[in-house]
Design a protein around this ligand. Structure first.
Ligand code: 9G3
Length: 573
């Protein structure tokens, strides 16, 4: 392709709304453009990357024995009502009515649709195992779409669904998908790690997330420094190692804490450690309210609380609700005398003695509050985030934390959907049996964005060879006939050698072309200029290292295609 014919609107500056480096660079290098919040157009160069990721995914899914199909974006409400998810999900499920007033949603995932296909078309155990996949557009109406393709509302997902006769069969498919994901992300040139994950609201028995390790990742991973344990912090159990606090109970006392609301402010004001304060968080799920007690030095785990309550919709109650329930503004809520609301607490609260809690009165806290004597708790559960220094649940050392971007997720689903939708097969004895399912997702755009998060410098993107939009960025400097002829010849030779070349043939200054080439991030840059041509040579630059070598123009195509053979992803799979 020639830049003069392409829509490739590179930007000199970071657009204001972009926060993460991948969002900034994907906008600046002309890969995507926003149409609405969380909704993007993939420009020609951006689409080339998406298509390369899809091709790697397709090859590995086919190799793993999955068969590709394509399900619709519009999903009828009836199917979602059978599984109870039509009402389970809130505004994230974008619903609409057709001209006949029938209810539909834009598919955020396709368990219902694929299970409906299965129950209509599959009858015998002989037809199992089956594994269907699609690479298709999803819609999830996120409250706060951000970070470009990292958390969009409309996005391309590869989603696969396996059907087996039994749990043992399902585990075989799960392992095949797990291994296929390992090959996919390796071939995409990513540094990643599979971690134990929460089965969340999808249900099912176990799952793993494939995380691209990056400091800007939204997910927190806890892992054992000396062992093999690694999990998304949403899922990581906490092995309560609190030693019972055996100090005597002191007398309950209310103290003035003028305008001290946060745990830090209260602890600082009372000259106590954060672990001596117990925070009371009020959550609302629809109309239901619940008070959650967490020790001051711990973080509440939203996903664990959702699982405990079995709800999808859960958020911190607003200030008005807090005021109504506790009689005090936010920051002074506490369990003492709190009536008419369920109180759950993290295990660590149970053994805490003489703690500080809100007094349900403005600017007032209690000190020396003690569970059972001064306040009751309806249920104890593991409700906090594991943190660095905790004992590993894998019993293999002490935990550390790091950040990751979730690019893939594999789930053992069990019979949750086949039971709800009566998706059965006849076993050899002719008995109706529930199909055992698995489901497996990859965010295609998110994989590309994660690759940028992991592969960039201050000049721009450094694409891993297998998913680069082009292998060679050919720059002709100046408008002389000699340069244009040499560049044109080289352009054809590169293509004949099987390399994808982007020729920057614009009438632009050299500096503009160099900056754009570094920003766009093709693995190789080839510069054709008057000076070099004087001795028949061109300059080749390796984007990743900045290393430059002079090569006779006649040898460039061969040398680069040899070099590329070592980079191409099939070589490293
Ligand atoms: C919804 C909405 C959002 C959702 C879901 C349903 C996430 C939902 C989980 C999954 C599980 C797997 C197949 C591919 C791999 C992931 N967000 N999930 O089920 F209605 Cl609005 O999607 N599905």
């Amino acid at each position: 392709m020639r830049t003069s014919e392409l829509l490739l609107p590179t930007l000199r500056e970071d657009p204001g709304e972009a926060e993460t480096i991948s969002h900034k660079l994907m906008l600046r290098s002309g890969l995507i453009r926003k149409v609405a919040a969380g909704i993007y157009t993939y420009l020609p160069l951006g689409l080339r990357i998406i298509r390369k990721v899809e091709t790697i995914i397709r090859e590995e899914m086919n190799r793993a024995g999955a068969q590709e199909l394509l399900m619709p974006v519009a999903s009828p409400a009836e199917l979602w009502k059978e599984t109870g998810r039509w009402n389970f999900y809130g505004k994230e499920l974008l619903r609409f009515k057709d001209r006949h007033e029938r209810d539909f949603c834009l598919g955020p995932t396709h368990e219902e649709v694929i299970t409906d296909l299965f129950r209509r078309e599959v009858r015998s155990y002989r037809q199992l195992p089956l594994n269907f996949y699609q690479i298709q557009t999803k819609f999830r109406d996120e409250i706060r779409p951000r970070f470009g393709l990292m958390r969009g509302r409309e996005f391309i997902m590869k989603d696969a669904y396996s059907f087996d006769r039994d749990e043992a069969g399902a585990r075989v498919n799960y392992q095949k998908m797990y291994d296929a994901y390992h090959r996919i992300f390796t071939r995409c040139g990513l540094t990643f790690r599979a971690v134990e994950a929460d089965t969340g609201l999808i249900g099912g028995t176990s799952s793993h997330e494939f995380m691209v390790l990056a400091d800007t990742g939204e997910e927190t991973i806890v892992y054992s420094e000396t062992g093999t344990y690694a999990a998304n912090v949403e899922r990581a159990e906490v092995r309560s190692s609190e030693t019972p606090d055996d100090q005597a109970m002191q007398q309950l006392q209310s103290v003035q804490t003028p305008n001290r609301k946060s745990v830090e402010e209260v602890a600082g004001f009372l000259k106590m450690g954060l672990d001596r304060v117990v925070k009371t968080l009020l959550y609302a799920s629809g109309k239901d309210l619940i008070a959650v007690l967490i020790r001051g030095d711990h973080e509440a785990n939203h996903v664990k609380l959702q699982r405990l309550l079995g709800v999808a919709e859960l958020e911190l109650a607003g200030p008005a609700t807090v005021e109504k329930v506790t009689g005090a503004p936010v920051g002074f809520a506490g369990p003492v005398g709190l009536k008419g609301i369920r109180i759950v607490a993290d295990h660590a609260v149970k053994s805490a003695r003489n703690v500080v809690v809100g007094a349900n009165q403005a600017d007032t806290h209690y000190v020396n509050a003690n569970y059972e004597r001064d306040f009751h708790i309806d249920q104890f559960a593991d409700l906090r985030n594991a943190k660095a220094g905790d004992l590993s649940p894998g019993n293999d050392g002490v935990l550390k934390t790091t950040k990751g971007i979730e690019v893939g997720h594999v789930f053992m689903l069990g019979t949750k959907y086949s039971e709800a939708m009566k998706a059965t097969y006849l076993d050899p004895a002719g008995k109706e049996c529930l199909a055992v399912m698995g489901c497996y997702g990859i965010g295609v755009g998110r994989t590309a964005a994660a690759a940028v998060e992991q592969n960039h410098d201050d000049k721009g993107i450094i694409w891993p060879y297998p998913i680069a939009p082009f292998h060679v960025h050919l720059l002709s400097l100046g408008q002389s006939a000699a340069v244009s002829e040499a560049a044109s010849r080289l352009y054809s030779e590169l293509q004949r050698a099987g390399l994808e070349a982007l020729w920057d043939d614009r009438d632009e200054r050299a500096g503009v072309k160099f900056n754009d080439a570094d920003l766009i991030g093709a693995p190789y840059q080839v510069v054709v200029g008057e000076k070099g041509l004087a001795d028949g040579s061109v300059e080749v630059k390796l984007r990743k290292t900045g290393e430059k070598i002079k090569i006779p123009a006649s040898e460039v195509a061969v040398r680069l295609s040899q070099l590329s053979a070592s980079f191409s992803d099939t070589a490293c799979s």
